[in-house]
Design a protein around this ligand. Structure first.
Ligand code: HSE
Length: 345
């Protein structure tokens, strides 16, 4: 059985979700013919540690939750941060799970560049690097003969991007359209139930759906990043975030939602992008007034749904969680299994 040495960049919600999956779901990896050993964790708040023998995910979780520091892990060495630590810790794959920064990619972009340049496979849930610099990073991965996988950047661990390499390969996908931001969908759904916008947004924050700065959700930035990612990874484009036409739900009130209901329609924030003759066109995010027989109109609360338009199968839709600790943690495990299958043992 192949043992993959994994370096975790970030041990917040997503990193801890991965550790929980490794602690509780080890048999699923074994069934896939692999074992994962955490050889390092780098986190600005909890500290950075390394061990070539491996760090036990349960112990990491205990330390993070009990003492708020990983530095007391018995037998581990203290590690640095950023590029130096990525270079110093001998890993086969880097899980990049630092918070998304859609302005300049933040430290995550440099982490991905460094790891790929060192010949490490990368799996990331960070939308910044993928939405802002996909072409550069994909080329870097190719040049270094390693994989860059991003399942968790869109709809968390709900399988979408890996499905395109698998069951949808050869189906001729020429478009995608979906509800890609759980926070906005939750807010619109709550307003349908009579709750005010501000209160609904506060609930979404309380429930952990919203980004740290929720303007990223309600102004449409998060969904736009996901459209850019889908345009690139599913349709072969070279989009960046600024190519996506963007509108959020700011300014939509209960009156608008009620008026739509009176017409027998629903308001939803919809993201879409298409390919025409091999060119990716019309990447956009906006509020649409949908008739109730549109499958997207039936999506309520924080759920997400994406429809692939395909030549061979017609529309194929996948619905599932778009956020959450366990669901996003699973995305990294799914990416590791895909890397294992594609690269071999
Ligand atoms: N804030 C995002 C959402 C989280 O509401 O969908 C997942 O990207």
């Amino acid at each position: 059985m192949k043992t993959w040495r994994v370096l975790l960049l970030g041990f917040g919600t997503v990193g801890q979700g991965v550790a929980e999956r490794l602690r509780d779901g080890a048999t699923e990896l074994a069934a896939g013919g692999l074992d994962a050993r955490i050889v390092g964790v780098i986190d600005p708040a909890l500290g950075s540690i390394a061990s070539a023998e491996g760090l036990d995910p349960g112990q990491l979780l205990d330390l993070a939750n009990r003492s708020g520091s990983l530095r007391d892990y018995p037998g581990a060495t203290l590690a640095g941060s950023g590029a130096d630590a990525i270079e110093a810790i001998d890993a086969d794959v880097v899980f990049e799970m630092t918070p998304t920064n859609l302005v300049d990619g933040g430290p995550g972009l440099q982490h991905v560049r460094t790891a790929l340049g060192l010949g490490r496979h990368v799996a990331t849930t960070n939308k910044g690097p993928v939405a802002l610099a996909w072409s550069e990073l994909a080329e870097l991965a190719r040049a270094n003969d390693v994989q860059l996988r991003c399942e968790g950047t869109v709809m968390s661990g709900t399988p979408l991007l890996n499905v395109c390499d698998g069951g949808l390969a050869g189906a001729g996908v020429y478009g995608v359209r979906g509800i890609l931001n759980g926070t906005c969908n939750f807010v619109l759904s709550r307003m349908e139930a009579g709750v005010d916008y501000d209160e609904a947004l506060a609930e979404a924050q309380e429930l952990g759906y919203a980004e740290t700065d929720p303007s990223g959700d309600v102004e449409g930035w998060d969904a736009a990043a996901k459209v850019a990612i889908l345009g690139n990874l599913v349709l072969g484009g070279a989009l960046t975030l600024s190519d996506v036409s963007r509108e959020g739900i700011v300014g939509i009130g209960k009156g608008d939602v009620r008026s739509a209901a009176r017409q027998g329609t629903r308001l939803r924030l919809v993201g879409s992008v298409r390919a025409v003759d091999g060119t990716v066109v019309e990447p956009k995010v906006g509020v649409e007034e949908l008739s109730l027989d549109d499958p997207l109109a039936a999506v309520c609360g924080p759920a997400n749904l994406l429809t692939f338009e395909t030549e061979a199968l017609g529309p194929v839709s996948i619905a599932g969680p778009g956020a959450g600790r366990a669901a996003t943690g699973h995305a990294l495990i799914a990416d590791l299994l895909t890397i294992h299958r594609q690269v071999g043992s």
